[in-house]
Ligand binder design. Structure first.
Ligand code: GAP
Length: 451
């Protein structure tokens, strides 16, 4: 992870947040290439799961929803983690993770007394300072709150959404009334979610603010098993599409007793990150829990009426959910490659799938003079119409290739002195490092076939 984190900072993928103020724990800024990579992930997801499907529509809901949303959804009551503080070094830990790390047993969902007892009886040490002096475990809610400007005596507390899903449930009736959708159909959304997590610091794996790409797929109850299996398959296909090695992606079936309060079945797609196998995405059968809860709490009918039989019922829901930053992290980890070159040097290359790469082509004049730069600028201007292209004219050509390898640019196009004679350029392939001459007039088509 250290090598990947260092490359991310050095090459402009991910910077530590608020660094000039000494940093702000667990916050990050996505640099120019990280922002492009995130955008590629979100654009592809929207293309695949919304625009290419006749059974899907997309929305863009609010980060702040009516506060009663979170009472109905069960988050006010049950969206909690237990924490303990080290009295010596003041480090805060998630109690279940502390126990799992020290004792290699599952501790998620245990009550405060049991967590405290396990820590005390097994002499669990603080991973930061090594002392065994913790506060008792206590649960706290993971939702961030903020205050609206006061109106009268009303409670002005609002929550920042901890999942995008609820905006979809609140909009279900509007969509049924306005979009002529027929079961089964899905509603998708991409947006920020916020959780006041105690994080173990695995880079962008567990964040306080992150983006989710979520789908609530509305079905008849009896369809759930087939729909669930179909979505699991689609999620694996998605992992392949973004370039993850399939042997690093696995399934984890949540045991019945550990399911979230809304789920009757949950399977995670877990990925072999450098720090261990951990959750990448989730697939849950949420039943009709959310729509029923919102119907009860809002007093509104949230039925579906079958257009042929006129039968009315509350649809059930299968929910595939994808984290943007975890996608980014898995893509970065999967792409990171070190190769020993014949001269003994190590080459670091990010082997992104071409459609994920933040920069597709780098255009390089061998020298910034003798008209080579003018030819390169013309090629750049032609290519930027269709691709993310970078103009790179600083330093030796070898250094420029290395830099583009670390950014993961699939093709480097070099304009040299021969170009003036043969109207051709050298195109270098990122992965094989092979170089071929391509006529400038054929360059667009040549690259188009490969990208
Ligand atoms: N609506 C269901 C839901 O929110 P979740 O498993 O809690 O389920 C969904 O979250 C996905 O969001 C996860 O699979 C993960 O990719 C991402 N995610 C969750 N918490 C996160 C965090 N603190 N930081 C980054 N990504 C997170």
């Amino acid at each position: 992870m250290d090598k990947i984190i260092s490359l991310c900072k050095r090459r402009g993928f991910v910077y530590p947040g608020s660094e000039i103020y000494g940093g702000f724990a667990n916050s990050y800024t996505y640099g120019p290439y990280g922002a492009e990579l995130k955008k590629n992930i979100k654009d592809l997801w929207w293309k695949i799961f919304v625009q290419s499907r006749r059974d899907m529509v997309g929305i863009d809901g609010g980060i702040m929803l009516h506060p009663r949303t979170w009472v109905a959804s069960g988050h006010v009551e049950g969206f909690n983690d237990a924490m303990v503080d080290c009295k010596n070094c003041k480090a805060r830990h998630r109690a279940d993770h502390l126990i799992e790390g020290a004792l290699n047993i599952e501790a998620e969902g245990l009550n405060e007394a049991d967590l405290t007892k396990l820590i005390e009886e097994n002499d669990v040490k603080c991973p930061k300072c090594g002392k065994k002096d913790f506060t008792a475990a206590r649960y706290f809610n993971l939702m961030f709150t903020t205050q609206l400007s006061k109106t009268g005596d009303e409670d002005s507390t609002v929550y920042l959404r901890p999942e995008t899903a609820q905006a979809i449930f609140l909009t279900y009736k509007n969509i049924v009334d306005s979009m002529r959708v027929k079961l089964p159909f899905g509603v998708a959304q991409i947006g920020k979610a916020f959780r006041n997590e105690i994080t173990p610091g695995n880079f962008v794996f567990r964040l306080l603010e992150f983006e989710q790409m979520e789908i609530e797929y509305f079905i008849r109850e009896e369809q759930w098993k087939g729909v669930f299996d179909d979505w699991l398959k689609s999620m694996h296909e998605w992992c392949e599409l973004i370039g993850l090695h399939s042997e690093k992606c696995h399934e984890y079936e949540h045991p019945k007793e550990k399911l979230s309060h809304y789920s009757r079945r949950t399977v995670d797609i877990v990925y072999d990150f450098p720090f261990g196998r951990s959750e990448l995405y989730g697939l849950a059968y949420r039943t009709d829990f959310d729509l029923r809860q919102h119907a009860e709490h809002s007093g509104k009918t949230l039925n579906y009426q079958d257009p042929i039989t006129n039968e009315r019922f509350v649809p059930h829901v299968v929910e595939p959910t994808f984290g943007v930053e975890r996608s980014l992290l898995a893509i970065l980890c999967d792409a990171y490659t070190e190769e020993i070159l014949p001269d003994g040097d190590t080459r670091i290359v990010m082997k992104f799938a071409h459609h994920m790469a933040p920069v597709k082509i780098a255009v390089m004049p061998l020298m910034k003079k003798d008209g080579l730069d003018m030819i390169a600028e013309k090629i750049f201007d032609d290519l930027i119409i269709d691709y993310a292209v970078e103009y790179d004219d600083g330093g030796s050509i070898g250094k420029r290739y290395r830099r583009q390898d670390e950014i993961g640019t699939p093709y480097c196009v070099t304009v040299d002195y021969e170009t003036k004679d043969d109207q051709a350029v050298t195109v270098r392939d990122r992965d094989s490092m092979e170089q071929v001459r391509v006529k400038i007039e054929e360059l667009g088509e040549w690259l188009g076939q490969r990208l």
